[in-house]
Design a protein around this ligand. Sequence first.
Ligand code: TXA
Ligand code: MG
Length: 317
Amino acid sequence: MEIIANCTHEDIKKAAKKLREGHLVAFPTETVYGLGADATNQEAVARMYSVKGRPAGHPVIVHISSVNKISHWAEVIPEYARKLADRFWPGPMTLILQRSELAKDFITGGQNLVGLRVPSNPMSLTLLKEFELIGGLGIAAPSANRFGAVSPTSVEAVMDELSEYLSGNDLILDDGMCTIGIESTIIDCTQVLPRILRPGGVSEEDISKLTELAQSRKTLISEIKAPGELLSHYSPKAKVSIGEFASAGEGFLAFQEIPTPLGAIRLASPASITEYAKEFYQAIRLADTLNLTRIVVVPPENNGLGVAIRNRLEKML
Ligand code: TXA
Ligand code: MG
C-alpha cells in the first residue's frame, strides 16, 4: 500500500478514485483514522472487514459530505435529528436512523438502521466531495485498527495496526495527529427522544442544550449482538488500572499537574481535557510499544469529554 503525506488536491482525487475502484483508503478524521471502503460496494466492504479482522454482523458508519445527503441513506429523519445534524455536522457525531434502500445489510449488520456521520477534518471532507463527484454515495469507515484494539490517531498507529493486511492498491492519507482523538458520539435517533449510545467528541451537555435526551444510555447494538467480544474492546496488551499507585517501571497517565510517581514511566502529561482526549490513545499505544505490563491512569472528571474517556477506560479494565 502507498502512504501519502502532505496531500495535494490531486492526491485526494486519486484516493477517491481508488475507493470507487473498490480499494481501501485509510483516511484522517478529527476523531480517529478510519479505514474507508465504498459503502455501496459489497466486495470492498467485505475486504475492509477482513483487513480489520472484524466479525460480520457489526454495523459500520457511513460517512457523507453534508447534511443534504442524509436522505440518500435514511428513510425517517425526526425533527430533533435534523437539529442535531445542523448544529454538530460537520463534526464528531454519528446519527443512527432508519435506513433507506441504499443501506444494505452488509453495512448495517442486517439491521434496519444506518449510522451516518459528516466528519469535519478538511481532508476527509474533500475526499468525500471528490468521491461523490465521481458517483460515490458514501464511505463506510470503521476506526482503522484491528478488531478489539485501540483506535489509531496517527498514521504510525494505522501502520502498526493494518500494514500487514493492506494490499498494493490500498492507500493511506497522512494528516498528522487527529485533533479530537476520541471517537464520535453515537446517537440513536429512532425513538421519540434521542439517546446516546456511545459518548464521544460531542458532549451530553452540548446535546442537552439543543434537545431533550432519553435518560439511560443504551448499549451499542453491535455490543448486544456480540457480547462475548465486548470484553476485548479497546484492549491494550498492558493491564489498565485506575486510581492505584504506580510502581517503578509501570506506565502513568494523568493531567500535567499530577507528578509522576518515583520510577514510573510518564505516558502523557495533558494540560487540558482536550489534550487528554487527543493524547489518550497514543499514550495507551506507547505503553504497549514499551512492553509495559501495567498502565496506571488518573482519569479526568466525569463530565464533557471526560465521559467519553472514562467510557473507553472502563472497557480496558
Ligand atoms: O469517530 C468515529 O466514529 C470513527 C471515525 C472513523 O468516523 N469511527 C468509528 O467506527 O469509531 P467503529 O466502527 O469503530 O465504531 C462505530 C460503532 C460500531 O461499533 C457500531 O456499534 C455503531 O458505531 N454503529 C454503526 N452503524 C450502526 C448501525 N447501523 N446501527 C447500530 N450501531 C451502529
Ligand atoms: Mg472502532
